[in-house]
Write a protein that binds this ligand. Structure first.
Ligand SMILES: N[C@@H](CCC(=O)N[C@@H](CS)C(=O)NCC(=O)O)C(=O)O
Length: 442
C-alpha cells in the first residue's frame, strides 16, 4: 500500500490526494493508499531524514521509494499504474497532452499566488470578514494532532505568531507573509492578483457549465492541477470558500466532483445516475458529461481556451524573464554549475534569501494586470518547463502532431513562442534530486 503524508489544508496535498482517490476507485492503484496526517513528529523523525525534505505531500511507495513533488508523485504512479490514465498520450492526443501540462503549471505556480494570499490576508489582524479562527484550527490540527480541540486551536494561533509574526504581517513580514512579498504581492499588486483569480474562476465557471472536467467527461492532470488552488485554499478556507460557493457554484461542484468526497450531487467519474423504466425498474446511465470520456479527436473545448489565454497573457512573460535571470545567474561568477539552486515555491528558500529578495540576482520585475512589481525567480518552474518540453517534443514528433500544436498555439499572440522552449531553457537547465534542485553541468 502507498502512504501519502499530507495535510488537509495543504495546497499540493489536495492535488495528489484527489488523484490517488480517483486511481484507487478505478482499482488502478494496486493495494491502494493510506492518507497519513503529516504531524511535526513524522516530519522531523521520518520524512526529513528519509527524503531530505519536510515538505508535504510526500508519497512512500510500497517498495520504500520516497517521492515528491506533486508532479513527480503523479508521474510515478502513472508509470507504475497505467490503467485509467490521467495523462493523455502525447503521440495520440498531442494537444490534450500539452494542455494538461500547461494547466498544471498555471495552477501550481501562478494561481498559487492569489490562493496563498486569500488564506493569509483574511487571517490578518482586524480583517472583516476573517477566517483566522478556522485557519488556526486547521493548522493546529496538524501541529498538535491528538490534543483537545482548544489546545489545537491555541497551537495554530501560537505558530502563526512565532513563525509568521502575524500581528505585524504588514510592518515586518515573516514566514508566509514574507513569502507573499517574495512572490510579488504587495498593497499595489494584491487587487490585480485577486482580479486575475476571479477572471480565471469566471472562465472555469463557463467551462464547467458545459463539461464536467477539463478535457470532457473524465478527469486528467489539468483537473488535479487546478484542484491545488481550488480545494485547500479557495474551497475550504472560509472567506474564499464563501465567495467560491456564492459566485462560482458550478466550479464549486467541480471541486467536490474532482476531490471525490461529498460529491453525490456533484456527480463523479464512475458514478451512475438512475431513472425508472416503464415497469418502474432502475435503469442506470453515466452521471458525468461527454459519455465519461475526454473529447474525441484530441479536441479542446472552446470554453477552455480563455483559461490557456491566462497562461500566455500573464504567466508566460514572467517565465521567460525568470529563465533569462536564472541563465544569467548560473553563468555568473556567483555560481558554479552543478551547485544547488533554491527549491521552494511559497517563500525564498532558506540560505538563498539574499539572492531571492530585494534586488537580488534571482529576482525580477514583472507585471500583473498592468501593475508592475518585483518577485523571486523560482527554479522549480524551470524544472516544470523542462518536463513540459519533453511532452512538447513528443507531441511534435509527427507531422500531424506538429501541425496540430502549431495551429493550437496560434490562438494567442505569443503562443508560438512556446515552440522555442528548448532555446529558452538551454542556459538554465536544472536537475532535480528529491526536493532539491541543482543547475545542470553541460
Ligand atoms: N512543488 C511542490 C510543493 C510542495 C510544497 O510546497 N508544500 C508545502 C505545503 S502545500 C509545504 O510543505 N511547505 C513547507 C515546507 O516547504 O517546508 C509540490 O508540487 O508538491
Amino acid at each position: 500500500m502507498y502512504r501519502l503524508f499530507s495535510w488537509e489544508h495543504s495546497y499540493f496535498s489536495g492535488k495528489v490526494r484527489a488523484y490517488l482517490r480517483h486511481k484507487d476507485r478505478a482499482s488502478a492503484l494496486g493495494e491502494g493508499f493510506e492518507d497519513i496526517l503529516a504531524t511535526p513528529e513524522l516530519i522531523q523523525g521520518l520524512l526529513t531524514p528519509r527524503s531530505g525534505s519536510g515538505a508535504v505531500p510526500q508519497l512512500l511507495a510500497p517498495d520504500g521509494t520516497w517521492i515528491q513533488d506533486s508532479s513527480e508523485i503523479i508521474d510515478y504512479c502513472e508509470a507504475a499504474h497505467p490503467d485509467c490514465a490521467v495523462l493523455p498520450d502525447s503521440f495520440q492526443q498531442p494537444v490534450q497532452s500539452l494542455v494538461s501540462y500547461l494547466i498544471e503549471l498555471l495552477a501550481d505556480e501562478w494561481m498559487v499566488v492569489p490562493g496563498f494570499w486569500e488564506r493569509w490576508f483574511f487571517s490578518e489582524d482586524g480583517r472583516s470578514p476573517s477566517h483566522r479562527a478556522f485557519n488556526e484550527q486547521q493548522w493546529g490540527a496538524a501541529i498538535a494532532a491528538g490534543a483537545p480541540a482548544a489546545v489545537r486551536r491555541q497551537a495554530g494561533g501560537a505558530f502563526f505568531e512565532a513563525a509568521f509574526g502575524i500581528s505585524e504581517s504588514r510592518t515586518n513580514p515573516r514566514g508566509v507573509y514574507a513569502g507573499l512579498v517574495h512572490l510579488g504581492v504587495d498593497e499595489r499588486t494584491e487587487p490585480a492578483w485577486q482580479a486575475s483569480q476571479h477572471r480565471l474562476l469566471g472562465y472555469l465557471e463557463t467551462h464547467f457549465s458545459a463539461h464536467d472536467y477539463v478535457l470532457g467527461g473524465r478527469p486528467s492532470l489539468g483537473d488535479y492541477g487546478l484542484l491545488a488552488p481550488l480545494y485547500a485554499h479557495l474551497y475550504r478556507d472560509a472567506v474564499a470558500g464563501f465567495a467560491l460557493r456564492t459566485l462560482f457554484p458550478i466550479t464549486t461542484e467541480w471541486v467536490e466532483r474532482t476531490n471525490g468526497e461529498g460529491d453525490l450531487n456533484a456527480r463523479r467519474y464512475g458514478q451512475k445516475l438512475y431513472s425508472l423504466d416503464d415497469r418502474g425498474e432502475l435503469v442506470s446511465r453515466e452521471a458525468v458529461s461527454d459519455g465519461a470520456e475526454w473529447l474525441s479527436g484530441d479536441q479542446i473545448a472552446e470554453t477552455l481556451l480563455p483559461v490557456i489565454g491566462v497562461f500566455f497573457e500573464e504567466m508566460w512573460p514572467v517565465l521567460r524573464s525568470a529563465a533569462e535571470r536564472l541563465s544569467a545567474y548560473v553563468q555568473s561568477k556567483a555560481h558554479s554549475l552543478g551547485d544547488e539552486l533554491p527549491g521552494k515555491t511559497f517563500t525564498a528558500t532558506p540560505g538563498f534569501e539574499a539572492l531571492q529578495t530585494g534586488e537580488g540576482a534571482l529576482t525580477h520585475a514583472f507585471e500583473i494586470g498592468g501593475v508592475s512589481g518585483r518577485r523571486m525567480v523560482v527554479p522549480y518552474q524551470i524544472w516544470m518547463l523542462q518536463r513540459l518540453e519533453g511532452v512538447l517534443n513528443q507531441a511534435r514528433s509527427t507531422s500531424q502532431g506538429e501541425q496540430a500544436i502549431s495551429h493550437f498555439l496560434s490562438h494567442w499572440t505569443n503562443g508560438s513562442q512556446l515552440l522555442d522552449l528548448s532555446e529558452m531553457l538551454k542556459a538554465c537547465r536544472v536537475k532535480k534530486e528529491g526536493a532539491r534542485l541543482y543547475s545542470m553541468v553541460r
